[in-house]
Design a protein around this ligand. Sequence first.
Ligand code: ARG
Length: 502
Amino acid sequence: MIRLNFRRWWRGLLLVGLSCTLIAGCSVNSDSGKTLRVATEPAFPPFEFQGVGGQLQGFSLDLMNAIATAANFKVKFQSIPFDGIIPAVQANTVDAAISSITITAERAKTVSFSRPYFKAGLAIAVRSDNQDITSLDSLKNKKLAVQIGTTGAEKAKSVPGVQIRSFDSAPLALQELLNGNVDAVINDAPVTLYAINTGNLQGIKVIQQLLTEEYYGIATAKNSPNLTLINDGLDRVLSNGEYSQIYKKWFKAEPPSLPAKSLFENQANDSKANIITSLSIIWRAFPLLLQGALVTLQLTILSVVLGLVGGSLIGIIRLSDIKPVRWLARAYVDFFRGTPLLVQIFMIYFGIPAIAQQLGFTFNFNPLVAGVLALSLNSAAYIAEIVRAGIQSIEPGQTEAAQSLGLSSVETMRYIIFPQAFRRMIPPLGNEFISLLKDTSLVAVIGFEELFRKGQLIVAGNYRAFEIYAAVALVYLCLTLLSSQAFSKLEVWMNPIRQQRK
Ligand code: ARG
């Protein structure tokens, strides 16, 4: 009896403790007061980037710190992918964002912007030897690389007949141009010029004529009290000369004059949370997501087939009597299983063409080939282990019996061992298939528009992260459930006892 009460008492205490932690955790948001969490995507030099020591630096960082000192608050920077920044600001995951965000009417419907703090514009970048691209019109039917969710990506869509490849960061899009996989990149002019001038981007030039005139602003959630704080600080920094000091430090020039008022103020917020709008957003996204799902399936099937062939070979070699050959297979498995698939994808797609270029010949990958190659090399390592385990699980008596019947070792493998082993390999192969299906989302980094990237692209346009990613998850779930069903069917079908009964 006493023990029972004691337990209840403990449980109560635990509950109170838990609630306190939760409340404390939530209230960090509301009464942190002096410290603002500021999002940035630090792959956009000279505005925001990481120094050699990993510290954040750049024009925006200096400016934000100066604003904070002037308006008497503290800043805690958080790195967030660019296409996630506006959804994060909107959802109050961060208090503000400074990330060279162009103030556009569309964005001003979702978040609020400070007064403009920088004047920029888009420009086309091409390889130095390119003579035929001279304007936006000459981009017709060409291949373009852009950073996902940027004004550059939006501009690219306006060109008839272009093929657009979207990358997570601007440097990756520029690397794609350098590697010869696309004809041009549309990006913020100061960023491309900075990369060229610092010698980080050799062999690229910028078309002089700017495509747009844009202003950057600091974003906060709609009606956030932090906006006034930030604007006050910005006003002060602009008038006391600090702004022009920071500008000169990074751009070696006098700053141009900036509009004093916010642009696109009071844009109606049309993104109210409501189940009907959410459903209609998902409904509208579905055709695009299904297109992505087809690409995902295509990638998975191609890679699984190739992985199965490669993996079976390597698995069998792993059992070979010749030591060096066995070691080689072992080294293969260790490498591909021991390094992240993402790194392998980057190595193949960006690394190989880059090294080929340095060695003096041009070589570029079709993204499908690179994606399938990376996925199948990787899955072959896992499949090799499945095959090896399957073969080793068959009792040695089977081989002995086969050999006493006069079968050669190849025949023994072909007719006796493998058919039995294969049945045992089906469940782990099913696992591998499902893992691979989900891992295809990683090839989005090379601009491949499979299911996940399709979702990201939709979110970059409508900022409805929850609805779209939920729909993406749902489509993946359908695909994996269907495949696990298919594997169960295969398992039953391969069961000799069931077949005998028939
Ligand atoms: N100014 C462009 C835009 O707002 C690109 C900004 C990209 N910023 C970055 N940190 N990657 O769309």
